[in-house]
Ligand binder design. Structure first.
Ligand SMILES: Cc1cc2nc3c(=O)[nH]c(=O)nc-3n(C[C@H](O)[C@H](O)[C@H](O)COP(=O)(O)OP(=O)(O)OC[C@H]3O[C@@H](n4cnc5c(N)ncnc54)[C@H](O)[C@@H]3O)c2cc1C
Length: 203
């Protein structure tokens, strides 16, 4: 694990803690050094799969054509921390940073990983949609990245003010919670008419 220097008490490399955070996310930011030596960070879907995360993309994408180490970050924003001072205002969050060299999957392993990805984003999806064809699968690169080098960082709770002066200031202090809410599914109206399947409603 990389060493968290600022607020190390908020950090953890405990595998269970890392997995709990990853289980609640949907989007990862994947950082690479491209062929020209420039850093770039690309947002992507991911799936937690045991002690690894899976990411996939077109074989043609710049990201998936990269060799070498990558850095994957998942951030869950839980609240805006509103302090009486601008300086002590902050955010509540759960985040994970994973570094390492991903393994490119092939054959049955790639097929299984694609199933895990689909079901992670919308549980129950596999079995309720057409399976990918061979040409479709061949157009997809799938990476497995071990959670061996993963760190978590968590901030919870109210603002921490300067006790000598700021709690008595005539300003509001507290937390504005932030949540991802899944809305009512909207049919595209095409094809076979049917009621909304239960697995489409993400709670
Ligand atoms: C939503 C959100 C908003 C934030 N806003 C700010 C901000 O505005 N300013 C600011 O300074 N910091 C912010 N942070 C905290 C920031 O992510 C770093 O933790 C912070 O910069 C201190 O890093 P460092 O110097 O201790 O470690 P660094 O030297 O930057 O990192 C060392 C290692 O620590 C681990 N690490 C560092 N940060 C995290 C993390 N967040 N999650 C998991 N592992 C981590 C990684 O393994 C990394 O390789 C924010 C975090 C989140 C999730």
């Amino acid at each position: 694990m990389g060493e968290i220097k600022r607020h190390p008490e908020r950090g953890s490399s405990e595998p269970q803690r890392v997995r709990e955070i990853l289980a609640d996310g949907l989007v990862a930011h994947v950082g690479i050094i491209d062929a020209q030596g420039a850093p770039v960070v690309i947002p992507m879907a991911y799936a937690l799969d045991g002690d690894s995360i899976l990411i996939h993309g077109s074989v043609a994408s710049r990201l998936m054509r990269t060799d070498g180490p990558i850095c994957v970050t998942v951030t869950l924003l839980d609240g805006l921390v509103v302090a009486r001072s601008l300086f002590n205002s902050s955010m509540n969050y759960r985040s994970v940073v994973v570094t390492g060299v991903p393994v490119s999957l092939d054959g049955d392993e790639r097929d299984r990983a694609l199933t895990v990805l689909s079901n992670f984003l919308l549980p129950g999806r596999v079995g309720n949609a057409r399976e990918p064809s061979r040409p479709e699968t061949r157009q997809t690169t799938v990476w497995r990245l071990s959670l061996e080098n993963a760190s978590a960082k968590i901030r919870t709770g109210p603002p921490v003010e300067d006790p000598a002066s700021d709690y008595d200031l005539p300003y509001w202090g507290g937390v504005v919670p932030v949540k991802i809410v899944f809305g009512e599914p909207e049919s595209d109206g095409a094809g076979v008419a049917m009621p909304t399947p239960d697995h489409i409603r993400r709670g």
